[in-house]
Ligand binder design. Structure first.
Ligand SMILES: Cc1ncc(C[n+]2csc(CCOP(=O)(O)OP(=O)(O)O)c2C)c(N)n1
Ligand SMILES: [Mg+2]
Length: 338
């Protein structure tokens, strides 16, 4: 059942008020960040690049609610919403997007390589599909060290066509590792619609081939996402092995900032606008005890938080030249050539 369907029935929500509020807070922050940076790029104020996640807010908000702070998350270039949801401070995210000294990777990584291990974000990858086997290794390391940490990895629909995806999920299933594979199926890989590159309807069906549970979820419904991810994370943490969760959602902007996405048919766009989680979730919240004033307050706080963080970043220095060598190699491994 989707959030929008349930809003008409007036049923008791399956999640507590605090969780619902935090989902909305996360979603509004994710949207505010994406929208503000995109606006800045378009008007020539911010010289950078992002891969917009507008439309995919519900997926990451749910990830942020379900994972423990010490659980690991690995994401992609289209991962700013995931970073926000996992608790990476806005200043560190924007700082990295702008390549400044206050960035999560102190300006060395840029949008594609944001890492903040203190908040569980081990890395952000630019190579499609590459996060999957890395997550399998991270999960294996957790098992070997006796930790009950879960590793979650998010990637796109297109990534599930890569060899690294298939190799990674196979090994995770064979070794029953504590991983949750989260496919953010936004119906496009760059400019290519998903049906042009897959003969199957559901990415989740790929789980069957390697012997793990796979589930297709309405990725525009944060409540459904929390419930599905809770099951997957609980399974992983209790030794039950990995799960493939396919979150079906949509990317309202182009592939990258600057792509006006003329290839998205108007009819599809109009249909997806009706499913936009930033419109349907407030309806659900209003039907479950929240007031418009409260929702607007949270939205306004999110916009304000992004604006404040951006101000801090724009006043921050560029990284020192010495920074180029730090955190690149483990101590003692630097090879110098005289
Ligand atoms: C191995 C590899 N092949 C191709 C590319 C170029 N590329 C960047 S994003 C992208 C589309 C990926 O689509 P999807 O996995 O659905 O993720 P989305 O961008 O929709 O989040 C491609 C082909 C790449 N970065 N890495
Ligand atoms: Mg995609």
């Amino acid at each position: 059942m989707s959030a929008s369907e349930d809003s008409t029935s007036g049923k008791t929500p399956e999640l507590g008020t605090d969780v619902l509020r935090e989902l909305w807070r996360s979603m509004t922050r994710e949207e505010a960040l994406d929208t503000r940076i995109l606006k800045g790029i378009k008007r020539g104020e911010l010289a950078t690049v992002i891969w917009p996640s507008r439309g995919q807010e519900a997926v990451s908000a749910a990830i942020g609610q379900v994972l423990r702070p010490d659980d690991r998350l690995i994401t992609t270039y289209r991962g700013l919403h995931d970073h926000v949801a996992k608790g990476v401070p806005l200043t560190e995210i924007i700082g990295e997007v702008m390549g400044t000294a206050v960035g999560a990777s102190r300006g060395k990584g840029g949008t594609m390589h944001i890492a903040d291990p203190d908040h569980g974000v081990l890395l952000t990858t630019g190579i499609v599909g590459s996060g999957v086997p890395i997550a399998v290794g991270v999960a294996l390391a957790a098992v070997k060290s006796g930790s009950d940490r879960v590793t979650a990895v998010t990637f796109g629909d297109g990534a599930t066509n890569t060899g690294s995806f298939h190799e990674g999920v196979n090994l995770a299933a064979a070794w029953q590792l504590p991983v949750v594979f989260i496919c953010q199926n936004n119906l496009y890989a760059e400019m290519t619609p998903v049906e042009d590159t897959m003969a199957i309807e559901h990415v989740a069906d790929r789980a069957k081939g390697v012997g793990m549970p796979g589930v297709t979820v309405d990725g525009n419904d944060p409540v459904a996402m929390v419930l599905a991810l809770t099951e997957a994370v609980d399974r992983a943490r209790s030794g039950g092995g990995p799960t493939l969760v396919e979150a079906v959602t949509f990317r309202f902007e182009g592939h990258y900032a600057g792509d006006s996405a003329p290839y998205i048919p108007a009819q599809q766009l109009a249909h997806q606008r009706e499913l936009d989680p930033m419109i349907t979730f407030p309806r659900y919240l209003l039907a479950h005890g929240f007031t418009q004033v409260e929702l607007d307050e949270i939205s306004a706080e999110s916009v304000e938080a992004v604006e404040e963080a951006l101000k801090t970043v724009l006043a921050a220095p560029l990284p020192d030249m010495e920074e180029i060598r730090s955190d690149v190699y483990a101590d003692g491994l630097v090879v110098t050539h005289d």
